[in-house]
Write a protein that binds this ligand. Sequence first.
Ligand code: NAD
Ligand code: IPM
Ligand code: MN
Length: 352
Amino acid sequence: MKKHIALVPGDGIGPDIVREGVKVLSAVAEKFSHEFTTSSYAAGGVALDSVGIPLPEATLDGCKQSDGVLLGAVGGPKWDTLPSHLRPEKALLGLRGGMGLFCNLRPAILYKQLSDACPLKKEIIGDGLDIMVVRELTGGIYFGERGRTEDRAYDTMAYTVAEIERIVRKGFEIAQKRSRRLCSVDKANILNSSQLWREVVQRVQSDYPDVEVSHMYVDNAAMQLVRNPRQFDVVVTSNMFGDILSDEASQITGSIGMLPSASLAEDGFGMYEPIHGSAPDIAGKDLANPIATILSVAMMLRYSFSLSEEADAIERAVNSVLDDGYRTADIYTDGMKKVGTSEMGSLIARAL
Ligand code: NAD
Ligand code: IPM
Ligand code: MN
């Protein structure tokens, strides 16, 4: 199979981890006789520094023309005082909005080898954790009307029925392929947009009679994730709630450096990225965990290219390197073998 992949390394640890993702992608190409070509594009702080805007047209065009996008992360303290339309994070919203990537899948899986890195008690995590957060990605408060004067600022959380329905249906379809349990998370006790969200879930539900639906307020969901995460299977929620809950879920898996994501358009086109940020505190120090990015490559193969055997092979390679006791600093526990970003990537590529 021939595919062209757009790389958007971005800022901070972005280039460190995307490099490892590409290493594993090349190993897959060799093992399974595929041809994966790549082009790199600037977005975020690096684009601000080179051309003065966070998302150059050439980057969005290059991504649109590719078969899939692998992104690292954007942002950093250097650009934090810029006005909001010029911040690196705007590049991410521009890519997501510009390519219609409304469906963000964030699987939070606790690998059994990392149970010591999970901050919860053994009796709470039992024999593991496997939650799929389905996050709406091109609506809500991130994309609503906003404004700022000297002494007042506002952001608007708005959703249309159509926006809610298409993500909620994704949640139901994914639940049908898993445990047939779907938890919709909202703040319907206070927000109009959440009340509409809940109404849509309740209406659409009759098309999926085999799926058991529950509703939970987001504050309770944040608490329940720590109290009893195993009650969750598929969680469907809005843009900002999904952002927050997925970071929380990631720590239960040992580290935010473990969580990949797929951001999908209606036609299956996707951008793939770890859920974490540019981690300026560890950038360029060979300390970042590249596994979230490597697992994002696996998601690209599975969701955009239908190469499930290849995706399985990457996941098996990650498992075997963890079995062998190799750990980056963020998931290190006593008695394990500490390795850096680049060695972890090489070990996984070799284990393929
Ligand atoms: P962050 O996710 O970058 O870092 C939070 C903490 O997790 C830090 O201590 C960091 O060192 C650690 N961490 C993150 N990824 C890691 C990895 N792969 N391996 C080991 N440790 C890891 O979040 P933040 O500090 O809130 O944000 C930093 C910058 O990144 C900000 O500019 C923010 O806007 C941006 N950001 C970008 C994205 C993205 O591009 N998708 C996501 C989140 C934050
Ligand atoms: C993420 C990030 C982004 C988000 C920011 C950087 C815009 O936190 O991908 O999770 O909030 O979606
Ligand atoms: Mn986030």
